[in-house]
Write a protein that binds this ligand. Structure first.
Ligand code: NAD
Length: 264
């Protein structure tokens, strides 16, 4: 018996076995949750076998920039599961040129809209669409990064998208907490992890990832399993009194002002 036995989770944002969404899914499944998945069409051939490996029989396409696809997957999830307990949003996207060596002030209007739509608004859209099928006392979770509150070179427009995402966590936590279903809404702020989106999308990511462990108090990088285990807590009844939180899983990196060198 895991601590999520009897609970059902719908996860968005699994594309490879490096995905943070996959680390979360694996941990939720280990703790006994039944899983369903929404995937972006281009990653179908990766998402389906991963879903099957945790015994999932609900794997449906959903481009989160399209309201009709969001409505369709929630309707199917309602028919398949009845109600769900957990919604996981592990999705972000910005045009590559917006995360390059170019400075933030060159962000295009279109690039700004795309980043905000897919990385920020989609969580609100999924939360609203999922609400009718959420079981009372359920939990929603999204993924954020320190670039929301500090400047991280090259993170650019995604920093703004994450700042707005974190604000939306608080507003959603208020709205859905006071709703008769008393749904909790939280975010995990993860340290840098070598996923497809991070390595391929963010200029200078590999160097930043390598230097991270020289500053983080735990002197290591974090893994998708670290994030998955924190997600288990936040999505379980152990966190029944926790909502609207940005929970760091970053080996303590965010608390450091000035780090001592390795020689001290
Ligand atoms: P990933 O590439 O594995 O996951 C991103 C997911 O977003 C993919 O599954 C992709 O298919 C999905 N996606 C993109 N556009 C979509 C759309 N229109 N509709 C549906 N799905 C769409 O990368 P990841 O690093 O696991 O990212 C997951 C989340 O974690 C993101 O919110 C990211 O910002 C956040 N995060 C990542 C890091 C890191 O260093 N990797 C650190 C902190 C937070």
């Amino acid at each position: 018996m895991g601590i999520l036995s009897g609970k059902t989770a719908l996860v968005f944002g699994v594309s490879t076995d490096y995905s943070i969404g996959w680390g979360i899914s694996r941990a939720l499944a280990r703790e006994g949750a039944t899983l369903g998945f929404g995937y972006a069409e281009p990653v179908e051939r990766y998402a389906k076998p991963l879903a099957a490996s945790v015994g999932s029989t609900f794997v449906e396409p959903c481009d989160v920039s399209k309201d009709d696809e969001i409505a369709a997957i929630m309707e199917k999830a309602g028919a398949h599961f009845g109600e769900i307990d957990i919604l996981v949003h592990s999705i972000a996207f910005a045009k590559r040129e917006e995360l390059s060596d170019a400075p933030y002030y060159l962000t295009s209007r279109e690039g700004f809209h795309i980043a905000m739509d897919i990385s920020t608004y989609s969580f609100t859209a999924l939360a609203r669409a999922a609400l009718p099928i959420m079981r009372p006392g359920g939990s929603m979770l999204t993924m954020t990064y320190l670039g929301s509150e500090r400047v991280v070179a090259h993170y650019n427009v995604m920093g703004l998208a994450k700042a707005a995402l974190e604000a939306s966590v608080r507003y959603l936590a208020y709205d859905l907490g006071t709703h008769e279903k008393h749904i909790r809404v939280n975010a995990v702020s993860a340290g840098p992890i070598r996923t497809l989106a991070a390595r391929g999308g963010i200029s200078g990511f590999s160097q930043m990832h390598a230097e991270f462990k020289e500053i983080a108090p735990l002197r290591r990088n974090v893994t998708i399993d670290d994030v998955g285990n924190a997600a288990v807590y936040l999505c379980s009844d152990l966190a029944a009194g926790v909502t609207g939180e940005i929970h760091y899983v970053d080996a303590g990196f965010n608390i450091v002002g000035v780090a001592a060198g390795e020689s001290t």
